[in-house]
Design a protein around this ligand. Structure first.
Ligand SMILES: [Zn+2]
Length: 1204
């Protein structure tokens, strides 16, 4: 009998289609022997290799037999080596064995370079790796994993039944699977790279679309992410997968060597292995404070590969947060604390060395209030989910990350404590501890200022100009303290600045009376060195006898000379101090003092040469040595009083190059880092610039300008002559509160136009504070004649009165109190604010809107009047927006040149309120969010919010997620708790009248039962079925919309699927009413798979109910005869990596898509198989789609194949 079985199996295998790369299977010369040829992967270039397999004792077949496998002596060496090491062949049937060999040999196929890769050519050598250079580690890692990647990307390899696993390994694998499934069922996409079980370097990736995180559009722009980007957490396991319990058991050193984190963004949900390795290596280096070259900052031309994995704007602080704290914080969570309590306790332990865990004060255990305005997925917490006993580390890590990514403005970016301030921010910042500020500015945490200068130079110009105006008017309230700034000496008696407002405007005196500051200096008393200076040779000679040089290379000095440059300061860097008493300096930066503005010899301020050019020496006109004196930049900024600090800030900004020069420098130099422009920007000036840019927490976007990131389509109409900035102040929280107010008031007052717009003007000196602290009315400049609140005007002309004079206007070519190097030369600034349309509830509404609720105000635009030298920047062209926001006609504000017309895209609140019914209602299940979408032909939400692909699982990851254990084993503990959670979830899910399990399969007119069964295909289909079952078990019925009764499926090539709950897509679908009328609960589909699935698409037809054909007003991609007519389901549109989960979702959407399906009111009975096949072929012909090979045979059975 065994021998007969063997021969029968061999015959059957010969008849079936063979696995990839295998041809000419035949019986061998000896009993129990067979031969075949291997020709490589499809498209491969292998010479055919003859392989022989032999069962020494065929009488043991198929229970306990073994195989000997070999090839001829002339076969490639690596094939022979691979065949010796094929694992897990014992007790396999003939076909299974060929399948295994195919999978193993396919890996040896030449890659695109024609190189052969050998299965065991590289192995990771830990010791060697440690000795090696970082880069070498990376390389050897890379090679070591190449095979693994291939294993998971070739569709064949995943079916390789592994060697018989030991029970411990089985448990380990099931643990990994359960951890990953936990994360998947929580709504994330899961990927893995490298072998998690091998104990080598491996990665788990958890990702989610940004659009699902409830981040406002404004914040997304500021954070440089788009709704379609994925937020990706890459967890690196250098020594193989580690469970949560294992990690909890490690001390901090072992944690660091066993798990690593990198937070990234990408258009793809999963990085390549190479990207993952590179990113993790970079994160590790940063963690060790190894300096990273900033060569990856994009040039002004833009990004090279927009799809590539990239760091997010706060990846650096988040990586270190996860690395240092996640494991201990989870440990505290297991003691019963919420995230908040555990985070705070960790901070206490670290900073104060708090006592043992059993004496944790009660307040750490108080439950944290959830943020209602955030999507469930951001608030979700596996630790508080009922009944979970085994926690998934990847899921907890991702939930922790979401908390800190989405709510990044709630936390200090350095110490990660929750900020106690009410200040509204769109960009994350640090707390008020000076150490945090110092690390933020000096260690490069927070946004990179270089990126900002390259992308938005005029925003930077605006910020510096505002700061300068504020400092020169002595209006600065916050200073860059804690940065260890060493500034040039300050002498208020000489460096006098005139407050233009006090002098010429409202006739007021400078508002802020100085409080006596203890131990603060108003005047520097730094030593003055008398020297001789040769301007041409850039040499300084000490005249008086001095013991040692007072300066060192790299110091900055302020030089004052007699003669032609009298009255000006030369700021320069010491280039060489070795030959004291002679020292050399770099080309000085010329700064004219304010008292010498009237100087007759016109000289461009801050004259400097482009780097790399030599100054022409004109010895005839310049005396060789002039008397000079200098002081060193050694004044401690913090020792100065407020007045002197303001002067020091202006002095430093006087030395800065303008933004275009900085942009040029960054564009031409790699790494693009201003730190390297040593001879032009002093460390103090750079720190100050960093402070100005980084401390701006408002999000300002360029509308005008020549830069690639200007957004002319966002330009508002009616403000001719003003340069515009979109002033996106809305931090997620603040924006959300505004939108909540908009919704509430709209509903309460039944408003047609929920918001109105009005102007708010303020002098230039105030904007530095306004954009940092928001609009408030604590210190009102203009009196409170109409009550307490923020004053708004309906007419821009009124607000210009509050904005100060045109400072660069005629007669004031170089306005005092304005940044001399501004490219924009800003004269006035005013904002256009969006207000809740309830003027009757304002403090006053005539003649001004005086708004007392700060949540009712959202700034949208900033208008500045500029006098740029560059004609391109003059904003005198006006263009009507193509798609304008509809305003309340009775409250349209009047601009300078016309009534204001606002581009619709700039008004976020209206968009947000309109889309509430579509994508923004965040349900428990990701599937729910497909509600209201157009269907297969138009499945993507306008916001790029979602599509089937963003929730379905890729086939390559199905392997680890859903692969069944080789031997049945008891379900892990988690299963029960999972079930609890599921039933809870299901209870929470939307209602449906569909009742599963009611369908009688016996009464369905089905296609002939398939006679083929191909091992690889069968396994793939089994896997798909199991995957669907798990999804089905984890998702509320109505959200899912399909039902498959796997137990009733007798042949995996023939599925019966019911689609239901179409009201979840759209209540108004005709199908919903039609089905209700006829008391039909589901649309029954037959899905048939060909033997070469997944390389050909499945055939899908409706069995019942009958629908109207397209010609009679029907639709839904159902053709006459009931077949589904979608390109996806033809050879033209099919992709072998489509998972059936995604296919089912798309079919359901197709049925609901326009024109939607309607039931045939008169028809009775089910669709027949022949009419369906006919309809399908007709549809393919009409659309020019390729009919999958073997279709007729499949659809009608071989007997009737000729009939069509
Ligand atoms: Zn802090």
């Amino acid at each position: 009998m065994p021998r007969r079985q063997f021969i029968a199996d061999l015959e059957k295998a010969r008849e079936d289609s063979l696995p990839p790369g295998i041809i000419n299977l035949q019986q061998g010369e000896d009993d129990g022997q067979f031969e075949f040829e291997f020709i490589g992967a499809p498209g491969g270039l292998f010479e055919p290799v003859k392989v022989t397999a032999m069962i020494p004792d065929v009488s043991e077949y198929p229970q306990s037999h073994q195989y000997m496998i070999f090839c001829g002596v002339d076969a490639p060496r690596q094939v022979g080596a691979a065949l010796q090491n094929v694992p897990g062949t014992n007790r396999k049937t003939v076909f299974e064995l060929i399948d295994i060999i195919s999978a193993n040999l396919i890996r040896l196929s030449p890659d695109s370079d024609g190189d052969l890769q050998m299965q065991d050519s590289q192995s990771y050598d830990e010791e060697q790796a440690e000795d090696d250079d970082e880069d070498d580690v990376y390389d050897s890692d890379h090679e070591a994993f190449d095979l693994d990647t291939q294993q998971h990307t070739t569709p064949y390899a995943q079916f390789t039944p592994g060697a018989k696993l030991k029970p411990a390994d089985r448990a380990f694998r099931s643990r990994i699977r359960s951890d990953l499934l936990g994360a998947k069922s929580a709504g994330f996409r899961i990927g893995h790279l490298g072998g998690l079980m091998d104990g080598y370097n491996a990665f788990v990736t958890v990702s989610i679309r940004m659009s699902k995180l409830g981040i406002s559009e404004e914040a997304m722009q500021a954070w440089q992410v788009t709704p379609t980007d994925y937020l990706i957490l890459i967890i690196q396991y250098p020594n193989g997968y580690k469970s949560n319990e294992e990690l909890q058991g490690f001390d901090s050193l072992r944690v660091a060597s066993n798990v690593g984190f990198s937070v990234c963004a990408s258009k793809r949900y999963k990085p390549t292995l190479e990207e993952a390795i590179k990113t993790s290596a970079m994160a590790r280096k940063r963690e060790q404070r190894v300096s990273i070259l900033t060569s990856d900052i994009p040039g002004p031309e833009g990004f090279v590969d927009e799809d590539a994995l990239r760091e997010t704007f706060i990846s650096v602080p988040l990586n270190s947060l996860l690395q240092e704290r996640l494991v201990p914080i989870i440990r505290y969570r297991s003691a019963g604390m919420d995230w908040r309590g555990a985070e705070e306790w960790y901070s206490d332990v670290v900073s104060k060395g708090a006592g043992p865990a059993d004496s944790i004060p009660d307040h750490f255990f108080e439950p944290e209030l959830l943020r209602d305005n955030l999507p469930d997925i951001v608030n979700a917490d596996q630790y508080t989910a009922k009944g979970v006993v085994q926690y998934s580390f990847p899921l907890l890590a991702m939930q922790f990350l979401l908390r800190h990514f989405v709510r990044c403005t709630d936390y200090c970016l350095v110490c990660h404590r929750q900020l106690k301030t009410d200040l509204e921010a769109i960009k994350p910042y640090v707390c008020d501890q000076s150490l945090c500020l110092y690390q933020y500015m000096t260690l490069g945490f927070g946004p990179s200022i270089e990126h900002e200068i390259l992308a938005q130079p005029y925003v930077v110009d605006l910020l510096v100009s505002f700061c300068y105006s504020s400092a020169s008017g002595k209006r600065l309230k916050e200073f860059p303290d804690g940065l260890a700034l060493m500034v040039p000496p300050v002498n208020p008696s000489q460096d006098s600045f005139v407050d233009p407002y006090a002098a010429r405007h409202h006739g007021r005196t400078v508002a802020v009376p100085e409080k006596k500051e203890v131990n603060k200096q108003s005047e520097s008393d730094l030593p003055v060195h008398e020297v001789g200076f040769d301007r041409d040779r850039l040499e300084i000679l000490f005249m008086a006898k001095t013991v040692a040089s007072p300066v060192r290379r790299g110091d900055w000095i302020v030089l004052k000379t007699k003669g032609t440059l009298e009255g000006s300061e030369l700021h320069c860097r010491v280039r060489e101090a070795t030959y004291f008493p002679s020292i050399k300096v770099d080309e000085p930066v010329l700064v004219r003092q304010s008292t010498t503005v009237q100087q007759t010899t016109p000289q461009p301020a801050n004259q400097t040469l482009p780097p790399g050019e030599f100054r022409k020496i004109t010895p005839a006109t310049t005396p060789k040595w002039v008397d000079a004196s200098f002081q060193v930049y050694e004044q401690d900024f913090e020792q100065l009083d407020r007045n002197a600090k303001c002067i020091a800030i202006c002095k430093l900004l006087d030395t800065l190059p303008n933004v275009k020069l900085m942009q040029d420098f960054l564009a031409k130099n790699r790494p693009a880092d201003l730190k390297n422009w040593v001879e032009r920007i002093s460390p103090a000036a750079l720190s100050l610039l960093r402070w100005i840019i980084a401390s701006n927490r408002a999000c300002i976007m360029q509308v005008d300008g020549d830069s690639s990131s200007s957004q002319p389509q966002e330009r508002l109409y009616g403000m001719k002559g003003y340069m515009q900035f979109r002033f996106a102040m809305g931090a997620p929280d603040k924006e959300q509160r505004f939108i909540t107010e908009v919704r509430n008031t709209t509903e309460r007052l039944k408003l047609k136009h929920p918001t109105i717009f009005a102007f708010h003007g303020s002098p230039l000196q105030n904007w530095h504070t306004i954009i940092r602290e928001g609009l408030h009315f604590k210190n009102t400049d203009h009196g409170r004649a109409y009550g307490h609140g923020v004053y708004h005007a309906k007419d821009a002309q009124v607000s210009t009165g509050y904005s100060g004079m045109g400072q660069y206007g005629p007669g004031y070519p170089t306005m005092q109190g304005a940044w001399p190097h501004s490219v924009l030369k800003i004269g006035t600034a005013m904002a256009l604010n969006e207000l809740i349309n309830a003027p009757a509830e304002y403090v006053s509404n005539s003649p001004y809107y005086v708004v007392q609720h700060l949540d009712w105000i959202q700034t949208r635009y900033l208008f500045v009047q500029c006098s740029p030298d560059d004609e391109k920047l003059k904003a005198d062209k006006e263009k009507m927006p193509t798609n304008s926001h509809s305003q309340d006609p009775s409250r349209t504000p009047t601009g300078i040149s016309a009534a204001i017309v606002i581009p619709a895209s700039a008004v976020t609140s209206s968009k947000a309120t309109k889309t509430t019914s579509v994508g923004r209602t965040l349900g428990e299940s990701p599937m729910k969010r497909l509600k209201g979408l157009g269907g297969f032909n138009d499945p993507i939400d306008v916001d790029g919010d979602d599509d089937a692909d963003s929730v379905a699982t890729d086939v390559e990851d199905l392997d680890i997620l859903f692969e069944d254990d080789p031997d049945p084993e008891p379900m892990p503990e988690r299963a029960d708790s999972h079930a609890d959670k599921d039933s809870q979830k299901a209870a929470k899910g939307a209602e449906t009248d569909f009742v599963p399990g009611k369908l009688d399969f016996g009464k369905l007119p089905l296609m002939p039962v398939p006679t083929y069964a191909i091992s690889g295909t069968t396994k793939r289909l089994m896997k798909e079925l199991q995957s669907l079952q798990k999804v089905q078990n984890a998702t509320p019925l109505a959200d899912l919309g399909w039902y498959i009764d796997a137990e009733k499926i007798e042949n995996v090539y023939q599925w019966i699927v019911e689609l239901h709950s179409f009201h979840m897509i759209d209540k108004k679908l005709p199908l919903v009413a039609d089905m209700k009328k006829k008391d039909i609960k589901s649309v029954v589909l037959e899905i048939r798979f060909n033997k070469d699935f997944p390389y050909t698409p499945p055939y899908v037809r409706v069995i019942r109910p009958r629908t109207l054909p397209f010609t009679q007003g029907g639709g839904g991609h159902i053709v006459m005869g009931g077949a589904m007519c979608m390109e996806l389901l033809t050879n033209t549109g099919w992709s072998s990596v489509s998972s059936m989960e995604s296919v089912l979702m798309q079919i359901r959407l197709a049925i609901a898509s326009d024109p939607p399906a309607k039931l045939d009111p008169s028809a009775r009975g089910d669709y027949g198989t022949a009419e369906a096949a006919e309809g399908y072929l007709r549809a393919c012909a009409t659309h020019g789609w390729a009919v999958p090979p073997g279709f007729k045979e499949m659809a009608l059975g071989s007997a009737s194949g000729g009939r069509l």
